[in-house]
Design a protein around this ligand. Structure first.
Ligand code: SAH
Length: 369
């Protein structure tokens, strides 16, 4: 079943599956049947796909597989959020977090093992970058969380919203992420509307235009600073795509739909980006882009020099934005008792750890002569 020479069907969106079946000389509706089996009926072996001929099931058995990450830990936070630790075929681990609210259930999904962007206030950055996730590993998070949350997969799903806000920069893993989001949107799979899927990016400008044209999900942008000097320090990719270019791309993203808005995420760092003057500067920046603002109290992690703004400061900052006509909410910190809050999804890097262990072994041997 996990022969890596076979095609992992979870790597393919509907178009990909149709191509796969066409190459086998099969009709394209096979793609639809198989998609339903995998995502709606949760069948994980070909033998159970009873509307496929026995011969086809046999051929699939030899040419394809349905390989998911393995759940190695499942932790429930006191506030009801739930973190799954998933192990990938190469031993790397990633995390996915489910956040239940009254009216909806949001799954926070990772796109990479680690991250290359090195934002100064994010704990994922401390871990460095390991690799991109495959489509199967991204959609696998949704499928496994959906399973873990129980219920009837077909009728009542616990997951009503997905945010691409876990580990990694989703637009630096563009193709795999878009394929996975296509599966999230597909009526034969999760059937989530584009409004219920939000991709959060640090602002990879060229990919934003592509995303608008090709997948068009809701957009959140990690702004965090109102001038280039400060943003260069907090979100170093700003040196490549400075604020003016980013804001222009955001304006284009929502330009042809009147009620659409970009969500700007803004981490509240005491004494760094949280003054009244910053709030007013933010208002000026947002003038030309239909927007909402999400203020995120900083979640601390070991060895960070940053401290979160206190609640009073956040409230005052928020009021300036609201009085300026911008819908602004402060994100509640959820799941911090299980290290699942924003910026705390550090995962576990088994192979890096092993590498470190090996280095240590070599060093020890050298010392011993
Ligand atoms: N890589 C994506 C998703 C990041 S996680 C992106 O950059 O948009 C979602 C949000 O949490 C981002 O806005 C991110 O900047 C923010 N974040 C990261 N570390 C944080 C921390 N320690 N405290 C609060 N928010 C943090």
């Amino acid at each position: 079943m996990s022969d890596p020479r076979t095609t992992n069907l979870l790597d393919l969106d509907r178009r990909g599956l149709e191509g796969f079946f066409a190459a086998m000389g099969e009709k394209s509706f096979r793609a639809q049947q198989v998609m339903k089996w995998i995502y709606q009926l949760d069948v994980d072996d070909f033998a159970g796909m009873s509307n496929l001929s026995k011969a086809l099931r046999e051929r699939l058995h030899n040419a394809a597989r349905m390989e998911l990450p393995r759940v190695v830990m499942d932790r429930l936070s006191a506030d009801g959020s739930r973190k799954l630790l998933l192990q990938l075929a190469d031993g790397n681990c990633i995390e996915t977090v489910f956040i239940p609210e009254k009216e909806r259930g949001t799954l926070c999904v990772s796109s990479q093992v680690g991250c290359m962007l090195n934002c100064s206030f994010c704990s994922t950055a401390q871990q460095g970058f390991n690799r991109n996730l495959t489509t199967a590993e991204i959609i696998g998070q949704v499928l496994l969380a959906s399973r873990a949350l129980g219920g009837d997969v077909q009728h009542k799903r616990a997951i009503t919203n997905v945010v691409m806000m876990g580990m990694g920069e989703p637009l630096l893993n563009y193709d795999a992420v878009v394929r996975a989001m296509n599966i999230m949107r597909d009526d034969l799979a999760f059937g989530l509307s584009k409004r219920r899927i939000t991709l959060s990016t640090s602002g990879i400008v060229p990919e934003l235009d592509r995303l608008r044209a090709e997948c068009d999900v809701s957009l959140a942008v990690s702004l965090h600073a109102t001038n280039d000097e400060l943003r260069n320090e907090l979100v170093p990719i700003n040196r490549k795509y400075p604020i003016a270019e980013l804001m222009e791309a955001c304006r284009r993203y929502v330009a042809d739909e009147p009620r659409r808005r970009v969500t700007f995420e803004y981490v509240m760092l005491a004494g760094v980006n949280d003054s009244d003057a910053h709030a007013r500067e933010l208002l000026r920046l947002l003038r030309r882009v239909p927007s909402k603002v999400n203020l995120i109290p900083f979640n601390p992690f070991p060895n960070t020099a940053y401290v979160s703004s206190d609640p009073q400061r956040i409230l005052e900052f928020q009021n300036i934005l609201i009085n300026g006509g911008i819908v602004t909410v402060t994100r509640k910190t959820r799941g911090d008792d299980i290290a699942a809050a924003c910026g705390q999804l550090a995962g576990e890097f088994r192979d890096r750890t092993r590498r470190r262990e090996r280095q240590l072994e070599v060093a020890v041997q050298e010392v011993r002569g």
